[in-house]
Design a protein around this ligand. Structure first.
Ligand code: NDP
Length: 449
């Protein structure tokens, strides 16, 4: 006989699955929240009566449009772009843009849904959104990327603005893309305004924004360790990805006395048991940000192992930092991590662990910092970039880093407040309830809207 909670989750999920047929990533993200939130939700009949959870799983609106552009050969290309404006109850929509061939509505709805909770956890006034296109920047010239970004902004500019919706970067959207997008918006609107974050330092960007997601994820893990009387010192860490989040995760790990031994891209992973030193990391930054090469070249350069087509979770480690993409750790890989002595996982990426992997972490009571809490440092510093733009000032590196440290500490404290289960902290429960309450209370205040 299923419990009252199980029955409520089943009933709720049947509706979600029916309304979002085939959207597996979105359904997965909602399932994770529903499972951990439902006991709290049922204890609050006002929320249930107002159908807050049903309303929070339906985006405010979705914009879909064609992006037509011309490649270097003069051939016409047509891609598809989206902006999912999920929930603006506690502030203007905020969330990144992703350019990757795998982008579809399900992926963007899962990312937008998680963003609502994440932005709430930061304590800053930001609603949740996500967007992007199925355009693949890989192998494209700078001029092709520029033409694509300009064409995309011709439509997107109608839907965004500093008080409406403020996009940022994500997979495939870094400093180069944000610059082209910002330049086109400014040209069309004849206004300089902070309607995008992740901007270059010479035109309104914030110090530490580039580093914020990776640094913040490590700060979150540091908080979890300190809560147990432990520290980052001497920890052996596996990291996936070699993009923005992975690079600055590795940088902060070495600064705190830990050792990162892996990095990856969609081709495979490198294993460097001596650790990725600051000098080697500078080499990776040049490889990925300037030369736009493959991580396999690291193995040739520094003489270590490269495992083509594999993921790094077979390497023994104390702590894992998945920092590439969604569903990159399955249940079997999670079992392998735990068996090899892994005591914690902090997610730089969004939903990198599938539902089976999460079950393994919770069953073994390891420290599990889920993405919406652990990687919230990126959007938090984006929020600080918005504040600096609005005030027409620039804070110093130390000031922004200090605020980031404080925000990650506060997020950790909120997770402990709602997720404390006596002998351990269930961060999934803690983050989902803490993120939910603020948005739900705002929605309750607005009445039926
Ligand atoms: P980047 O584009 O800078 O880097 C992505 C990295 O992940 C690359 O190494 C890429 O390899 C790898 N990757 C991407 N897709 C796949 C795939 N399907 N299989 C294997 N490897 C893959 O992106 P970011 O570092 O910005 O983002 C990484 C993750 O962090 C994403 O989940 C993102 O949503 C999340 N995140 C990012 C934030 C930010 O501020 N940038 C904020 C919060 C979360 P390759 O080059 O071969 O594709």
């Amino acid at each position: 006989m299923p419990s009252k909670v199980d029955a409520a989750v089943k009933r709720f999920m049947e509706g979600v699955i029916q309304r979002n047929a085939g959207q597996s990533e979105f359904i997965q993200a909602v399932q994770e929240v529903a499972q951990s939130l439902m006991p709290f939700y049922l204890d609050h009949p006002d929320y249930v009566k107002a159908k807050i959870l049903e309303r929070m799983t339906e985006p405010d609106r979705i914009i879909i449009f064609r992006v037509t552009w011309e490649d270097d050969n003069g051939d016409v290309r047509a891609d598809r772009a989206w902006r999912v404006q999920f929930n603006n109850s506690i502030g203007p929509y905020k969330g990144g843009l992703r350019f990757h061939p795998s982008v579809n509505l399900s992926v963007l709805k899962f990312l937008g849904f998680e963003q609502v909770f994440k932005n709430s956890l930061t304590g800053l006034p930001m609603g949740g959104a996500k967007g992007g296109a199925n355009f693949d920047p890989k192998g494209k010239s700078d001029r092709e990327v520029m033409r694509f970004c300009q064409s995309l902004m011709v439509e997107l500019h109608r839907h965004i603005g500093e008080d409406t919706d403020v996009p940022a970067g994500d997979i495939g959207v870094g400093a180069r893309e944000i610059s082209y997008l910002f330049g086109q918006y400014k040209r069309m609107e004849n206004r300089w305004t902070g309607m995008l974050t992740g901007k270059g330092l010479s035109f309104g960007g914030s110090l530490i924004r580039t580093e914020a997601t990776g640094y913040g994820t490590v700060y979150f893990m540091q908080n979890m360790l300190e809560h147990r009387g432990d520290s980052m010192e001497g920890k052996v860490c596996t990291v996936s990805g070699s993009g923005n989040v992975a690079i600055y995760t590795i940088e902060k790990l070495t600064q705190l006395g830990a050792k990162a031994v892996t990095a990856s891209d969609s081709g495979g992973f490198i294993y460097d048991p001596d650790g990725i030193t600051p000098e080697k990391l500078e080499w990776i930054k040049d490889l990925k940000e300037v030369r736009r090469g493959r991580i396999s070249e690291y193995a040739d350069e520094f003489g270590c192992e490269y495992h083509a087509g594999k993921r790094p979770w077979v390497v023994p480690c104390d702590i894992a930092f998945p920092s590439a993409t969604e569903n990159e750790i399955n249940g079997k890989e999670a079992e392998e991590l735990v068996k090899n002595g892994c005591i914690g996982v902090a997610e730089g990426a969004n939903m990198p662990s599938d539902l089976d992997a999460v079950k393994v972490y919770l069953k073994n009571k390891i420290m599990y910092g889920l993405g919406k809490a652990a990687n919230a440092g990126g959007v938090a510093v984006s929020g600080l970039e918005q504040s600096q733009n609005a005030l027409r000032i620039s804070w110093s590196r130390d000031e922004v880093d200090g605020k980031l440290v404080e925000i990650m500490k506060n997020i950790h404290a909120k997770c402990v407040e709602y997720g404390n289960e006596g002998d351990w902290v269930n961060y999934v429960k803690g983050a989902n309830i803490a993120g939910f309450v603020k948005v739900a209370d705002a929605m309750m205040s607005y009445g039926v809207v």
